[in-house]
Design a protein around this ligand. Structure first.
Ligand code: COS
Length: 385
C-alpha cells in the first residue's frame, strides 16, 4: 500500500528500519532473556538523531509530529517491541512539556530529549489508580517557592533510566479531576528515588519501575500549565501518544507476520512447503489484511493528530484498540503457523506474542478505550438532537 509518505518521512522510516534489522534483531532475544535495558541501542538511536523526530526544530528536533514518531516506533517494534519502548516512552514523558511547557521549560528540557542525551518518562499510574486515573494518591503541596511531593508511582516505563519525569499529583483533593496538577521532576532531586523494578511477561528489554517521592521538593516553576490542569494534561497527552502504542502493536504484528510468511515457504511437510496448503494461506491472508487495515487507521489517525484537529480522543482510542487487538491475533497466529518451532525461544514469534499483550493494556486498557469511543459516539448523538 502506498501511504504517500513525504521524502523526509520515508527517510526516517528507512533509517529506523535499518537500525531495526541490523542492530536490534540480532540482540532482541538476548535482551528479552536477560531483561536488561538496551543502553547500546539507545545510543545508536540517539546518534542517528531519531529521538528528535517529533520535537520542534527550535529545540534541536526534526520538526515532525506524532506520525514521524509512529513511523520510528513501528519499524523498531518489528524487531523488538521492548527495545522500541525506550524511544516511545521518552515521547510519552516529553509530550506534556511539548503541549503545556513554558518557553523556559521547552528550552531547558526538550533539546536533551531531542538529542537522546536524556530519556523522559511519564508518571501517572499508581497501585490503586490504573484505569481510574483520577484515583491517584500522590500529593503535591505548595510550600513557599517549592512543591513538596509525596507518594509512589507504579509501572513507570523508563523509570530509573530517564532523567526527566512528568508526574501527575493531587494538589486539591476536594476538586476531583480538577484537583490534579502536572510537574516536571528531575532524576537526582532529593526525596525522589526508584523502587521495585518489575519482572515482566513481555517487553522485557524495557525497564518498568516504581517512582518514590518522599518529601521531594521541586521548584514551583516546574508546574506544567496551571494547578488543577493535571488530569487534562494527562488525558491530552494520552490522546496524542496512544497512536504510538498502536504503532508499536503494528510493528510487532508486522514482525511476526514476516517470520511466519518466511517460515511457511521454508517448512516442508507432506513433500510440499506448508505455504502451498490453503489452511496456511488463509491464515497468512487474514494476518496481512488485518495488518494493512491497522496501518491505514494508525497512519490516518497520526495525520489527524498532527493536523492540529482538537477532537482526536475517539480516533486515537480506535487506532490503539484495533492495532493492539490485531497484534495479539496476528502474533498468536504466527506461532500457530510455525507450530512447535513457533513455541520455541530459538524463533522470535513466541516473544512477539508476549510483547503484543501489553499493547492491549497500557496507556489505557482496550476496555477503557472502548468507553472513550462509546462516550464520544453518544456525545455525537446528543449534539445532533
Ligand atoms: N481531553 C480533554 N479533557 C478530557 C479528556 C480528554 N481526552 N478526557 C477527560 N477529560 C476531562 C473531562 O471533560 C472532565 O472535565 P471537567 O472536569 O471539566 O468535566 C475531566 O477531564 C474528567 O473526565 P471524566 O469525568 O471523563 O473522568 P473519569 O474519572 O471518568 O476518567 C477515563 C476518564 C476513564 C477516560 C480516564 O480515567 C482514563 O483515561 N483512564 C485510563 C488511564 C490510562 O490511560 N492509564 C495509563 C497510564 S499511562 S501508561
Amino acid at each position: 500500500m502506498n501511504y504517500y509518505l513525504t521524502e523526509e518521512q520515508q527517510m526516517i522510516k528507512e533509517l529506523a528500519a535499518k537500525i531495526a534489522d541490523e542492530k536490534i534483531k540480532p540482540v532482541a532475544l538476548k535482551y528479552d532473556e536477560e531483561g536488561t535495558f538496551p543502553h547500546d541501542i539507545v545510543k545508536i538511536l540517539a546518534d542517528s538523531d531519531l529521538f528528535g523526530v517529533y520535537i520542534g526544530e527550535e529545540y534541536g528536533g526534526f520538526g515532525g509530529g506524532i506520525f514521524e514518531m509512529a513511523l520510528v516506533v513501528e519499524e523498531l517494534s518489528r524487531a523488538c517491541g521492548g527495545i522500541s519502548l525506550a524511544f516511545a516512552a521518552s515521547g510519552l514523558g516529553a509530550f506534556p512539556i511539548i503541549l503545556y511547557g513554558t518557553e523556559e521549560h521547552k528550552q531547558k528540557y526538550l533539546p536533551d530529549i531531542a538529542s537522546g542525551a536524556k530519556l523522559a518518562a511519564f508518571g501517572l499510574t499508581e497501585a490503586n489508580a490504573g484505569s481510574d486515573a483520577a484515583g491517584i494518591q500522590t500529593t503535591a503541596v505548595l510550600d513557599g517557592d517549592e512543591y513538596v511531593l509525596n507518594g509512589t508511582k507504579q509501572w513507570i516505563t523508563n523509570g530509573g533510566e530517564a532523567e526527566i519525569y512528568t508526574v501527575i499529583a493531587c494538589t486539591n483533593r476536594a476538586k476531583g479531576a480538577r484537583g490534579f496538577s502536572a510537574f516536571i521532576v528531575e532524576k537526582g532531586t532529593p526525596g525522589f528515588s526508584f523502587g521495585k523494578k518489575e519482572n515482566k511477561m513481555g517487553i522485557r528489554a524495557s525497564v518498568t519501575s516504581e517512582l518514590v517521592f518522599e518529601d521531594c521538593r521541586i521548584p514551583k516553576e516546574n508546574l506544567l500549565s496551571r494547578e488543577g490542569m493535571g488530569f487534562i494534561v494527562a488525558m491530552k497527552t494520552l490522546d496524542r501518544t496512544r497512536p504510538g502504542v498502536a504503532a508499536q502493536a503494528l510493528g510487532i504484528a508486522q514482525g511476526a507476520f514476516d517470520e511466519a510468511l518466511k517460515y511457511s515457504g521454508e517448512r516442508v511437510q507432506f513433500n510440499k512447503p506448508i505455504s502451498s496448503f490453503q489452511a496456511i494461506q488463509h491464515m497468512l491472508a487474514d494476518m496481512a489484511i488485518q495488518i494493512e487495515a491497522a496501518r491505514c487507521l494508525v497512519y490516518q489517525t497520526c495525520r489527524l493528530v498532527d493536523s492540529g484537529e482538537k477532537s482526536i480522543s475517539k480516533e486515537s482510542a480506535m487506532s490503539k484498540v484495533f492495532a493492539s487487538d490485531t497484534a495479539m491475533k496476528v502474533t498468536i497466529d504466527a506461532v500457530q503457523v510455525m507450530g512447535g518451532y513457533g513455541y520455541m525461544k530459538e524463533y522470535p514469534v513466541e516473544k512477539m506474542m508476549r510483547d503484543a499483550k501489553i499493547t492491549q493494556i497500557y496507556e489505557g486498557t482496550n476496555q477503557i478505550q472502548r468507553n472513550v469511543i462509546a462516550l464520544e459516539l453518544i456525545k455525537g448523538l446528543k449534539t445532533k438532537k
